[in-house]
Ligand binder design. Structure first.
Ligand code: NAD
Length: 256
């Protein structure tokens, strides 16, 4: 029996087949889940094409997490494909160019606001939009972060947005625990995806991981982060919430 046998899961954030979310969707299906994907804007047609590479068909519904209209329509759209939701994967991040790359001291609020809205506040919006579909037995919400306890080269306001995401997940854990809803994050090491390509100086991260990771880290391998996500979606972390599980080759544990 698969780890997610019979579970109904919404996976956001599939853009290419290197997206962490693509491998979450693939592994979730392999582990017995029924999966619905969401995508937005121009990415919608790309996601629909990439979904064809999954082991089983997965419908793609439209969701821009900054659109109140899309969020309000979400439960209805999911219900066309799934009766309820046992799990939600938040694999969404975006910061305007001016918020990344070493311009930290000069970034305007509007660019910061966009980064925080899309990358952090959206964890709350997405979870609350899906809440009417969570069964009485509870649900698991899993997001993806990049360790926000330190300041990284070039990551700038995306790092601040990730700190907000990490805090947001803890508050969701606090406020939704009574409904048996767990909220957890995977803190992944650097992986070469579309989002990573938009970070100037991504190679600086590669150097840090090459120097410090106790377990050899492969920046072209999104699978370990996806495996961690699937594990948190499963029933094997029933008493874990507000947690950040590092899937980073151990870098977070190693000094200098
Ligand atoms: P990706 O580019 O494949 O995925 C990012 C996704 O965010 C895309 O599918 C994009 O369509 C979506 N998105 C952006 N704005 C959106 C909006 N307004 N509404 C809905 N969706 C929107 O890259 P990825 O690396 O797989 O990123 C997934 C998550 O993993 C992100 O939260 C990212 O910060 C996080 N993460 C990535 C790395 C890395 O090194 N790649 C490391 C740690 C954490």
């Amino acid at each position: 029996m698969g780890l997610l046998e019979g579970k109904k899961i919404l996976v956001t954030g599939v853009l290419t087949d290197s997206s962490i979310a693509f491998h979450v969707a693939r592994l979730a299906q392999e582990q017995g889940a029924d999966v619905v994907l969401s995508s937005f804007g121009r990415a919608l047609s790309i996601t629909t094409r990439i979904a064809g590479r999954l082991p089983k068909p997965a419908p793609v519904i439209e969701l821009d997490v900054t659109s109140e209209e899309h969020l309000a329509a979400l439960p209805g759209k999911i219900k066309e494909h799934l009766p309820y939701l046992d799990g939600v994967v938040h694999s969404i991040g975006f910061a305007p160019e001016a918020a990344l790359g070493g311009n930290f001291l000069n970034t305007e609020w509007q660019d910061v606001a966009t980064a925080v809205h899309v990358s952090a506040y959206s964890l709350k919006s997405l979870t609350m939009a899906c809440k009417p579909l969570f069964p009485e037995s509870g649900a698991s919400v899993v997001g993806l972060t990049f360790d926000a306890t330190v300041a990284w080269p070039k990551y700038d306001w995306m790092g601040v947005a990730k700190a907000a995401l990490e805090s947001c997940s803890r508050y969701l854990a606090r406020d939704l625990g009574a409904d048996k809803v767990r909220s957890n994050l995977i803190a992944a090491g650097p992986i070469k995806t579309m989002a990573a390509k938009s970070i100037p100086g991504f190679s600086d991260f590669e150097d840090v991981w090459t120097a410090r990771a106790p377990l050899a880290w492969d920046v072209s391998d999104p699978i370990p982060a996806a495996q961690g996500t699937v594990a948190l979606l499963s029933d094997w972390f029933p008493m874990t919430t507000g947690e950040i599980v590092h899937v980073d080759g151990g870098v977070h544990a190693i000094g200098g």
